[in-house]
Design a protein around this ligand. Sequence first.
Ligand SMILES: Nc1ncnc2c1ncn2[C@@H]1O[C@H](COP(=O)(O)OP(=O)(O)OP(=O)(O)O)[C@@H](O)[C@H]1O
Length: 275
Amino acid sequence: MPNVNVRGPEVPRTIEALDPVFTVSNLSVFYGDYEAVRGVDMTIGNREITAMIGPSGCGKSTVLRCFNRMNDLIPGARAVGEILYHDENLYGDHVDPIEVRRRIGMVFQKPNPFPKSIYDNIAYGPRVNGIKGNMDEIVEEALTKAALWDEVKDKIKQNALSLSGGQQQRLCIARAIAVKPDVILMDEPCSALDPIATTKIEDLMQELTRDYTIVIVTHNMQQAARVSDRTAFFTAEVDGAGVRHGRLVEFDETSRIFTNPTDKRTEDYITGRFG
Ligand SMILES: Nc1ncnc2c1ncn2[C@@H]1O[C@H](COP(=O)(O)OP(=O)(O)OP(=O)(O)O)[C@@H](O)[C@H]1O
C-alpha cells in the first residue's frame, strides 16, 4: 500500500490510499505557456468517491480532464508529471487515449444526450466499441444501473431530448456505464439540475460506487460532504509575477476536511469565509 504525502503545507500529513486507481505525482498542467495547475499529488482510491472542491478557476476541471486524457483534445494543453492508472503510466507512449476514455468515462455539467432515441443513446457506445452481447439486455442493464429504467422502459424509442434535465443526466450516466468503464468522472453533474434531480443523482452515485470509482468536481460543498469519501481542496495562488496557478491545498478523508482541516485556507473556504 503506497503512502502518499498530502499537500498540507505547514504540517504535511500522510494518508494511506487503499488500492489506488490513480496515483498522481507532481502533476502540472499547461495551456500553452500558462501553468494552470502546479504540482498536484493525490491518489484516487478504488470504489471510492473523491470530490474536488475549490473556488472558480483553481484547476479542478483541468485536473479531472487529465484522468481520461480529455485535455489531449485541447490544442496547447499539456500535462507534466505522472499519473499512474493501476500502476501504468496513463500518458505512456503505448497507451491508446480512446481506450482510456472507454475505461474512464465522463459526465458533464450540462446533460448532453445525442439527439437520438433513448435506446440508441445507450447502444451507441457498445456498438462502436464492439462490445458483444444482446443489445437489448445491455441497454436495460445500463439504464437500470443508472436508476432510469423504470421511468423510460415504455418509451425507449422516444427521443432522449424529450426527457427532463435530471433524466437526461441519468441517461448520460447510463451511456457512460454501457461501455463497461472502471471509473466515472463527473464535472459538476448536478449544477444544471433542481434539488430533487440532484438528490437522485447523489443517491445514484452511492449505488454506483459499489461497481465504479467516481471522481466528482463540485461547487457545492454540501454535496462533496454528503457523497464523497475523500475530498481534495484546491485554490489558486498568485506567484511573484502576478500569475495565478491552481494548487492542491489539502487532500484527506472528507469527514476530516469538513470537521478538522489542517490548512487555514481549507477552513476558511469550508466555513464560507473565502471563495
Ligand atoms: N482550454 C483552456 N485554454 C486556456 N486556459 C484554460 C482552458 N481551460 C481552463 N483554462 C484556465 O485554466 C485555469 C483553471 O481552469 P479550470 O476550468 O480547470 O478551473 P476550475 O477550478 O474547474 O474552475 P470552475 O470551478 O470555474 O469550473 C483557469 O485560469 C482557466 O482560465
